[in-house]
Ligand binder design. Structure first.
Ligand code: ADP
Length: 444
């Protein structure tokens, strides 16, 4: 608003200055034109006086006298001030006086009218002189206004430049900056930073938007914390009965052939899955509350992987688990239990999302100072659109939502645990062909 008022005021000042300037220049131009006309007529009168003086023909003299009177009359129209008016009046009367003298022409030069001719001439000269002075004054007047307009133009240019620069700076600081900050805050929040809040400054409307965003972020965060606390409480209560069920399953007698019966395998598989879900829920709740604590020790990643494979191999007969590991130890400073949880989640998913069976290749390899763990299945795969989102909490792909049990927390726990170890996890997948999850961890 202030900017608009300022710009309008400047425009009004410039417009007024332009009107004044053009009026003054018009005045100077008409003064100059009147002076030029007056000088031209005075010069013509002088020429006509000479011609009249030399002319013998009475007819011609009468015509010249008529011309003289007409031109003197015309000259009256170009009079611009009192002085010129009285000089022209005197010149007119002098010319008339000369014309009324009877004895013309006088080539011999002893004519008594010579005096009146010279008077008429001098009077006309003074009219010329006064008009020349007036023309010079008009030129000086125009030059002065030209200087004034140059000064006003320059000053307005500099002033406008300063106004544009300050308005641009002000816009940058007071408008664009808060908008950029709000956009960045929203983006951070959308990417999972629940603590993202924005400064409530700038113009009132932007400060209001920032305040509303902060309130919304606060409400969402609180609601999410409540949900997670509720889920954690439920998961906590489920843990003990689940533990009892898995102990009971382990204690069941083997079948007649001495091998593990089908029922026992199903029981074992399902309790493992349920235990995983309950653990994921508890972990998510504690990770979200910022309570993920790692107990780092130097471990050979081959041992961790072998343990997980041993745990999962008996849970399936449809899948072939092919494991490849280096011959030498692959040392890393990690929380062994957590890394087993990561591997268990990835291998468990590979089994779960390959419902028709197939090969699951698990590979541990050293690449420079990192350990690469890949889990490759031949399952349902993940579409390109879903791939960036599968690591977010409670995200399940449409393909898996109805057909597979799960709550969508396993991969988010995997990512948090891997990132807490300063590692990365990613996925490459082709729907219908299978997926490859890769974990990269710092190693010795
Ligand atoms: P959950 O398995 O409980 O749904 P996860 O966090 O482990 O949760 O996985 C998130 C989603 O990612 C799954 O719902 C599934 O859609 C997809 N997903 C995970 N692993 C695989 C896999 N190996 N193949 C295909 N889809 C997978």
């Amino acid at each position: 608003m202030a900017t608009l008022v300022l710009v309008s005021s400047i425009t009004a000042v410039v417009a007024t200055a332009l009107i004044v300037l053009t009026t003054q220049l018009h005045r100077a131009a008409s003064l100059l034109s009147s002076s030029v006309e007056s000088v031209r007529l005075a010069e013509e009168v002088e020429v006509d006086l000479l011609l009249h003086d030399r002319e013998n023909s009475l007819l011609m003299r009468a015509s010249l006298a008529g011309d003289l009177e007409r031109k003197l009359f015309q000259a009256q129209r170009h009079v611009t001030n009192q002085e010129e008016n009285s000089l022209l009046a005197r010149a007119t009367s002098d010319v008339k006086e000369y014309l009324e003298e009877p004895s013309h022409p006088d080539p011999a030069g002893d004519d008594p009218t010579r005096g009146s001719l010279e008077r008429a001439f001098r009077s006309m000269e003074s009219v010329v002189t006064v008009n020349l002075a007036q023309a010079r004054r008009a030129v000086a007047f125009a030059a002065r206004w030209n200087d004034i307009s140059n000064f006003i133009g320059g000053a307005v240019f500099v002033f406008m430049l300063a106004v544009v620069a300050s308005v641009t700076l002000w816009f940058r600081r007071a408008v664009f900056q808060p908008i950029v900050e709000i956009a960045a805050g929203i983006e951070r929040f959308a990417h999972g930073d629940r603590d993202s809040r924005v400064a409530e400054h700038g113009p009132a409307e932007l400060a209001l938007i920032a305040a509303r965003f902060n309130e919304m972020a606060e409400t969402l965060t609180r609601r999410r914390e409540d949900q997670l606390a509720f889920l954690a409480a439920v998961a906590h209560d489920l843990r003990n009965p689940l533990h009892a069920i898995s102990l009971a399953a382990a204690a069941l007698p083997d079948d007649a052939s001495g091998g593990e019966g089908r029922e026992r395998r199903v029981l074992r598989q399902q309790t493992m899955r349920m235990t995983r879900m309950v653990e994921d829920l508890l972990d998510t709740a504690s990770i979200e509350a910022g309570r993920l604590q790692l107990r780092l020790t130097k471990v050979d990643l081959r041992d961790e992987l072998a343990e997980v494979i041993e745990l999962y191999r008996p849970t399936t007969t449809k899948h072939e688990l092919i494991v490849s590991m280096p011959d030498d130890p692959l040392w890393a400073d990690v929380d062994g239990t957590r890394i087993q949880q990561v591997l268990g989640n990835l291998i468990g998913n590979a089994i779960k999302y390959s419902p028709t069976g197939g090969t699951i290749k698990v590979e541990l390899a050293r690449v420079d100072l990192t350990a690469h763990i890949t889990v490759k299945d031949e399952g349902i795969g993940i579409s390109l659109d879903d791939q960036p989102h599968v690591f977010e909490p409670f995200r399940r792909t449409r393909a898996s939502r109805d057909a597979f049990q799960g709550i969508g927390l396993g991969l988010s726990v995997v990512r948090r645990v891997v990132e807490a170890h300063h590692g990365v996890v990613d996925v490459v997948s082709t729907p219908g062909k299978g997926s490859t999850f890769r974990v990269v961890l710092p190693a010795h």
